[in-house]
Write a protein of this length. Sequence first.
Length: 531
Amino acid sequence: MRHSFKFKIALTSLLVTGTLLVSFGGLFFASAYHTGIDGMDQEIRTLAESSLRGARPHNFWQNFEKSLQFIYGDDADGRMALLVVNGAQQVSFQSDNAPAELIKLAEGVLEQPLVLSEEKMVRPIGSGIIRRLDRDQDGVISLQEFDGPVVEFEQLDLDQDGWLNLEELAPLAEARLPPRRREPPVIVEAGFKTLYSKSQSGNWRVGLFISDHQTVVLAMNMQVFYRDLNSLRTVFFVAVPIGLILLSFVGWFLADRAMRPVSIIADTAEGITAKGLDRRIPMVGRDIELQRLVSVFNQMLDRLEKGYQQAVRFSADAAHELQTPLTILQGELDNAIQSAEAGSQEQQRYGMLMEELSHLKSVVQKLLLLAHADEGRLKLNCQRLELSELIRSAAEDLEVMAPALQVDIFLIEPSFVCGDLALLNQAVRNMISNAAKYTVSGGAVCFRLERQGTQLCFTLTNTAPPIPEEDRPLLFKRFHRVEKSRTTAGSGLGLSLAREIARAHEGDLILNDYCQGQVSFSLILPASEAV
């Protein structure tokens, strides 16, 4: 299967650019996904760390949830979820929209079950300094929350359990010890995970943070993230086909532009015939490769022109130089035949030599005509003539030369052409001579002349074996003969000369398809309107 090189260039460029475009789109999509995840993680981290720093009153997490509504607007209820676990592994706060899987996730990180409180917020253990000390609002105060010396904490911890309850804190509330300066809390980031929820809320991006015996689980709903990602995917799936279509047109345009100089070179080279070897391919473009290609072609044409001119000149000179001695030989043989005794062997030998000499003279004459045709110097003495009369005369001669053949004649009249009478007569007789040689014994030869538009078509059909397929393209080559044994007389120049004569008259000679045991040739000539 043949393909255009221009098509291959355009297809290759489309495949390469399309692959790059799809690969870039895939990398961009993956980068957008990870960038979006990192953005959610950073947003969760910022909110969580800001909530774990500074004092936290008893209603801190309710206020924190309200602040999320201020940040995210109407979408806050479905956007963020909060879960707070105190040091006693008790859920001290849980937002209404928190998925059930959030508690299981926190239990997996803390490696122990959580205790759910009946209320969102554990009641404060006191007022004033006691409320201030209980930062995680779990009802007890740890050593890290205690705002005083360690010795004093141990004195207040009567049951030595490491926690100060309401009764143990009573003396402290009365003393109202001044607060000491505390170091900023240490916040441990336990990591981020994607929570795949089975509820209608969808998936969540969850961050876990631990500080001062308090664990904050902050989750961000991924619906907005997926929506943005789907929008990006939709844009990508729409943009990529459009881009590929545009790239295909651009690739075809560039391939056409790149191959245009090659097309010019091919068209010019295709138009150079044997009669136009003096033509040269013009320089196209400024590319070094194209200039080198044109230069190589022109150098090859120089060599072809030189060799062809030498061959044509040799044929013409040889044929011209042979005419004079052949004419002299013909005259001498004619005198010898006249001088010899009638019916003698000597006269018969002279007659045989005369036949061979006539054949040789005919070959030389044909070679001279072909040489002139090759040089474009085939002179035509054009006149208006009746083609049917010329064909009828040749057909009558065939009836006399081969009486055993059946001759059928179908000619239209008038059938005027403008041409050289001698050359056209030779072309027709060459065709008839070829038909007479190869027609089977008892076969038929049909002469048919008809008009086809502005042309006259003379078709000569004869009963003969089919011409082998390998010989059909070579049939009009000079000295080519279908019969390799050469038992049939002939030089292999008749059909070649007939076609050159037809083309000199702006016509042609063609071989038709073999049909019903008959071989046919058609001589096509421009018709001349009757006056």
